[in-house]
Ligand binder design. Structure first.
Ligand SMILES: NC(=O)c1ccc[n+]([C@@H]2O[C@H](COP(=O)([O-])OP(=O)(O)OC[C@H]3O[C@@H](n4cnc5c(N)ncnc54)[C@H](OP(=O)(O)O)[C@@H]3O)[C@@H](O)[C@H]2O)c1
Length: 273
């Protein structure tokens, strides 16, 4: 791994680790700025990383010893054991990054014996296509240069929102878990299309373009969604009939409750860590 570029070492090549690694490896600028390495204990997942041309370290300790940025992308319940394993290799000029939901900076510091500064990132899987959303908060003692490098990395992969640690659970609930809600909505819209007689493939394509086109229109117009909604709901028309039914069914309240449930779960995980 000898290279003039700083190394971003990702431990865990699952859903999120893979999205980040492929987001980085597929981005020309990030390729120039970072060397990428992965350690994954599952042989099939490690083979998938290697097949994508990503350097795979032999052990978590090897990766932690060599990387400038050590990014933990394993399930929250595995973070403690992993930190105990790699902690002897960590040095103060490195930066520990964790994307684990509900794993606090205090937990990271305690289990890594404070050997290097740490930061938390709450990403989401569209990072894979450079359209992720990242909550970021730095722990104490992260040098400005390292902070800038992390900001530069994440901005290249999507939208960066810096928050204090108290807001990380909110980021987890809204944007971290968000693709799950959107995919659920997407699937449901396609089912609705089939229900009113559209061919399944057409319904899926329409639902996808509906979300993409509406999001793009909202972004380009800069208008509040309520205004955009009013513009398409003409008096006594079809759209207002559908919207009225969504309101009667409590669709908005349900969505708020879903995000709150994810938020409560994240807080609970943090408390029980
Ligand atoms: N998925 C998301 O959308 C998302 C969004 C935001 C944040 N996150 C966070 O990202 C983290 C990873 O989530 P995920 O969904 O990617 O989980 P995942 O798909 O289960 O991936 C974790 C991977 O790490 C491997 N692993 C476990 N212990 C390891 C170790 N000690 N060393 C190396 N590899 C190890 C696992 O192997 P095995 O399967 O063999 O255990 C698995 O392949 C979590 O902390 C989660 O909170 C995820």
């Amino acid at each position: 791994m000898s290279d003039a570029r700083p190394t971003l070492g990702i431990i865990g090549y699952g859903n999120m680790g893979r999205a980040l690694a492929l987001g980085v490896s597929g981005n020309e600028r990030l390729n120039r700025e970072f060397a990428l390495a992965v350690y994954e204990k599952n042989p099939a997942a490690a083979a998938a990383a290697a097949a994508s041309g990503i350097f795979c370290a032999q052990t978590a300790q090897d990766l932690a010893g060599d990387a400038d940025f050590v990014l933990i992308a394993v399930k929250p319940r595995h973070v403690g054991d992993l930190l105990r394993e790699i902690e002897p290799k960590l040095q103060k000029d490195q930066l520990l990054l964790s994307i684990a939901a509900g794993v606090s900076l205090d937990f990271l510091r305690e289990h890594s014996k404070g050997r290097c500064p740490a930061a938390r990132i709450m990403p989401n899987t569209p990072a894979l296509v450079g359209r992720g959303i990242f909550g970021l908060c730095f722990g104490p003692g992260v040098p400005e240069k390292k902070q800038e490098a992390v900001r530069g990395l994440l901005k290249e992969l999507g939208l960066l929102i810096e928050v204090d640690e108290g807001r990380m659970s909110a980021m987890t609930a809204l944007s971290g878990s968000g693709p799950g809600y959107v995919f659920h909505f997407l699937e449901s819209l396609a089912e609705a299309g089939v229900s009113v007689g559209l061919d399944r493939a057409d319904a899926a394509a329409i639902a996808l373009e509906l979300l993409r086109g509406s999001a793009e229109m909202a972004a380009q117009s800069g208008l509040h969604p309520a205004i955009l909604r009013e513009q398409v709901a003409s008096p006594a028309g079809t759209t207002i009939a559908g919207i009225n039914l969504l309101d009667r069914g409590g669709a908005r309240g349900l969505l708020v409750d879903a995000v709150r449930a994810a938020y409560d779960r994240s807080l609970e995980m943090e408390k029980n860590a």
